[in-house]
Design a binder for this molecule. Structure first.
Ligand SMILES: *Cc1c(COP(=O)(O)O)cnc(C)c1O
Length: 453
């Protein structure tokens, strides 16, 4: 066993040592060789070392270098080394972190991480929290708590009697809400299409003055960090309007919530602490391994009522916090360990520095591209940049060239009718030098397609 696990660690280290020097996207040959993995289910055993070797030789070269410093494709970051180490250790422990009495160590670490997160984000310290797979499930969990609360207020037992025949609930979202919010609403029986969409401004911010009159059971979803522009909805106004009418306010802050951890960005999240629930990711800006999402709910009992279960065979009785009382999952890995490790290693100042640094890198990208004459399509308020290299065809060609060039990796989007390249800077590993070499690669590729004015 020792030799096998040492071999895995050696392979992982070799991979990480090389991740900076290789092209960010896997090359076509490596991707084509993945076909060799498609074989019938083997009848007999394979030597475990050979299993690892197959994974390493077939898959390592065909990975996207998301662990490296120059992947700017999504808002996802890498893994801080201490969190990867914590992940390995927690993997060895193999704790099914559902119930305190069965797995006290990892349940306790999760409880500590939760209280630190509430402190870091400036959220009510009595809030309940769920460590889930990602912001999609964090949105689902928080909205399940909201659904419980608004139905309880009108005397309907939503968990018991379900949505069939239930009085309708109004759901209001900004027109730029992330697709995962609609997915969560669909899973909850609230419907992807029944929502009322509030128009947004040129940055993608909900225009709170256009919120409809609210009456009856209502959930309002606002956003901290638009996936394209990084923009924030006007929380103060939205929360005031919603709460006046007794509505539940949910904040999707998959990455934007982390702005609350950086004093110089705090203005962006002003008023968001007045909401009822919040969703974010640790696997994005906090740079822990996937999968790691977080839901926070001011009314802890609403979340628990939506999620908790009991069974004769489960020792759920405790005066401590049972992690699974707050999550859709019962069996679950100890993802709180990595969050705890990141917060312990960085401290409040370290998190602020990570957020501030990546935002400065985004500004440097925007500045360099604008200086070269390319159009930045939105205000750079956070770690997101949207750039146009010309018309849609030209911009698409430049993006394809940048991806092929391999220095860095960015993807495309269409922002309010304009085709654009997205740059998301979220990794702990990105340095000023990475920004410079990536910027040079972008300008090199863009110059090839420059249309004379
Ligand atoms: C990434 C993202 C999500 C979805 O998060 P997952 O972790 O991929 O499930 C939801 N909302 C916003 C704003 C996001 O950026």
């Amino acid at each position: 066993m020792n030799r096998l696990l040492e071999s895995a660690a050696e392979r992982a280290l070799r991979y990480l040592e090389g991740v900076d020097a290789r092209p960010v996207a896997p090359d076509a040959d490596a991707t084509a060789r993945l076909g060799e993995l498609s074989e019938p289910l083997p009848q007999g055993p394979t030597d475990p070392e050979e299993v690892l070797e197959l994974l390493d030789t077939r898959c390592s070269p065909a990975t996207m270098a998301m662990a490296g410093p120059r992947f700017f494709g999504f808002v996802i970051g890498g893994s801080l080394p201490v969190t990867l180490g914590a992940n390995w250790l927690a993997g060895a422990w193999d704790q099914n972190t559902a119930l305190y009495r069965v797995t006290p160590a990892t349940a306790q670490v999760e409880q500590v991480a939760l209280s630190w997160l509430l402190d870091l984000f400036g959220l009510p310290p009595e809030s309940g929290g769920a460590f889930v797979t990602g912001a999609t499930v964090a949105n689902l969990s928080a909205l399940a708590a909201g659904r419980h609360a608004v139905y309880t207020r009108i005397g309907w037992d939503i968990e018991g009697d379900g949505m069939v025949g239930a009085p309708p609930v109004t759901v209001i979202v900004g027109a730029e809400a992330h697709p995962s919010v609609f997915k969560a609403l669909g899973l909850l029986g609230l419907g992807r299409n029944r929502v009322v969409r509030v128009p947004v401004d040129g940055q993608g911010r909900m225009r709170a003055e256009l919120l409809p009159d609210i009456s009856g059971p209502t959930i309002v979803c606002v956003q901290a960090g638009n996936v394209n522009t990084g923009a924030f909805d006007p929380f103060e106004e939205a929360c005031a309007r919603a709460h006046e009418a007794g509505a539940w306010v949910h904040v999707d802050g998959a990455f934007g919530l982390w702005a609350a951890a950086a004093p110089e960005r705090a203005e962006l999240v002003r008023g968001m602490e007045a909401a009822d629930s919040w969703a974010t990711d640790a696997h994005k800006w906090m740079n822990v391994p996937y999968d790691s999402g977080l839901a926070f709910v001011r009314d802890r009992d609403a979340l628990r009522s939506a999620m908790a279960l009991t069974a004769e065979y489960l020792p759920t009785e405790t005066d401590q916090r049972n992690p699974a009382d707050y999550t859709p999952e019962l069996s679950r890995r100890a993802r709180g360990v990595e969050v705890w490790a990141a917060l312990k290693a960085l401290g409040r100042d370290g998190v602020a520095d990570l957020v501030g640094r990546t935002c400065r890198h985004a500004r440097a990208f925007a500045g360099g591209l604008a200086d070269a004459g390319y159009e930045i399509l939105s205000d750079v308020v956070l770690n997101q940049v949207l750039v146009s290299f010309g018309d849609a065809t030209v911009t698409e060609k430049v993006i394809a060239d940048i991806q092929r060039d391999g220095t860095c990796w960015c993807g495309g989007t269409v922002w309010q009718g304009r085709t654009a390249m997205r740059i998301s800077v979220s990794s702990w590993a990105t340095t000023e030098e990475d920004v410079q070499v990536s910027l040079e690669a972008m300008l090199r590729c863009a110059a090839r397609h420059r249309t004379p004015r």
